[in-house]
Design a protein around this ligand. Structure first.
Ligand SMILES: Nc1ncnc2c1ncn2[C@@H]1O[C@H](COP(=O)(O)OP(=O)(O)OP(=O)(O)O)[C@@H](O)[C@H]1O
Length: 250
């Protein structure tokens, strides 16, 4: 279980996160949702260990990781631009993450991840030859082979279009379930958050506006910000909400 206790962060004397308290259960998918500049990426980087906190604690499975650096936390991230190596092929990218690391996947497990993400036909292709969805799957495989204790995904769907977006969304859900892997996703799109997450953390100006299940966020918005942010952005996507939550919310 991941627990954030009273996390605060300032950049250049500007408060970016204020007293963030949060508990995330093992195997849950949690989206960090909020407008541009609300502090989502900062919070993701704090969990990853890339950004140091001014105040508070990051606790994982009862261990205080607040002063543990990124490479010793055992978490891993898929960046928004995937950060794949263009001069290597898909397979070389996937196994690149195994170099110099302990407790990584065995050769058999690497094969399983490749099968699971249906990457076998693409292994010899250079990154430039892959579609957006294939790149995302390679990036996911490269991260999974390091056997992260926590998976962080920065805007994993934003560069993808319709059908591919749905297919990657389903894969992320099955990865979390299959490997009981706690997954934290940054997104600014309420529809994505509502359709992929077990829980959603809505952040506004560095503060938690609401933390709850998609059903709670839709049914019991805690304040006007949640109502406005979610509903305004969802107006154009009414049909999806209808499909998800029934007529009452369409
Ligand atoms: N390294 C930094 N130095 C100074 N200010 C920073 C730094 N990183 C982030 N900030 C500031 O902190 C605030 C929150 O930024 P953050 O990137 O966490 O927001 P975000 O919610 O992820 O936004 P977006 O959706 O646009 O990526 C912004 O005002 C940003 O300018």
């Amino acid at each position: 279980m991941l627990e954030l206790q009273n996390i605060s962060k300032q950049f250049d004397q500007k408060v970016v996160l204020e007293n963030i308290d949060l508990k995330i259960n093992s195997g849950e998918i949690v989206s960090l949702l909020g407008p541009s500049g609300s502090g989502k990426t900062t919070l993701l980087n704090i969990i990853l260990g890339l950004t140091r906190i001014d105040h508070g604690k990051v606790i994982f499975n009862n261990e205080d990781l607040s002063n543990v650096d990124m490479k010793n936390r055992g978490f891993n991230i898929v960046f928004q631009d995937y950060a794949l190596f263009p001069h290597l092929n898909a397979y070389e990218n996937i196994v690149y993450g195994l170099r110099n690391k302990k407790d990584t996947a065995s050769a058999e497990e690497v094969r399983e991840y490749i099968e699971f993400l249906e990457l076998k036909p693409h292994l010899k292709k250079r990154i430039g030859e892959l579609s957006g969805g294939q790149k995302q799957r390679v990036a996911l495989a490269r991260t999974l082979v390091t056997k992260p204790k926590l998976l962080l995904l920065d805007e994993p769907l934003s560069a993808l279009d319709g059908v591919i977006k749905e297919s990657i969304k389903e894969r992320i859900k099955s990865i979390a379930k299959e490997f009981n892997l706690t997954t934290i996703i940054v997104t600014h799109d309420p529809e994505e958050a509502l359709t992929i997450s077990d829980k959603i953390l809505i952040i506004n100006q560095g503060n938690i506006s609401q933390f709850g299940t998609p059903y709670e966020i839709i049914n019991q918005p805690k304040n006007d910000f949640v109502k406005d942010f979610i509903l305004r952005q969802l107006q154009i996507k009414r049909q999806n909400i209808y499909n998800l939550f029934g007529e009452k919310y369409a």
